[in-house]
Design a binder for this molecule. Structure first.
Ligand code: ZN
Length: 75
């Protein structure tokens, strides 16, 4: 695991590193972005950007899930 995580949303490394954020599907999101995501509304200047990045994480997650499911299904 990378001990100097870079936030996938703002692409910044938190001052205190890993303790100032969360991992979502192995992607790091800093506390301020996590809070921003929780509170962001359509029309916000960063809304589209955040939604797009979340979508990328989500798609990655889905493809992993599908691989896992298909593998088990064949057995
Ligand atoms: Zn961030």
């Amino acid at each position: 695991m990378n001990l100097v995580p870079k936030c996938i949303i703002c692409e910044q490394v938190p001052e205190k590193g890993i303790v100032e954020g969360v991992f979502l599907n192995r992607k790091f999101i800093c506390d301020s972005c996590e809070e921003h995501i929780a509170n962001v509304m359509p029309g916000d200047q960063h809304y589209d950007e955040i939604v797009e990045k979340i979508r990328l994480i989500w798609n990655h997650n889905n493809s992993l899930t599908n691989t896992f499911v298909n593998k088990n299904y064949k057995q």
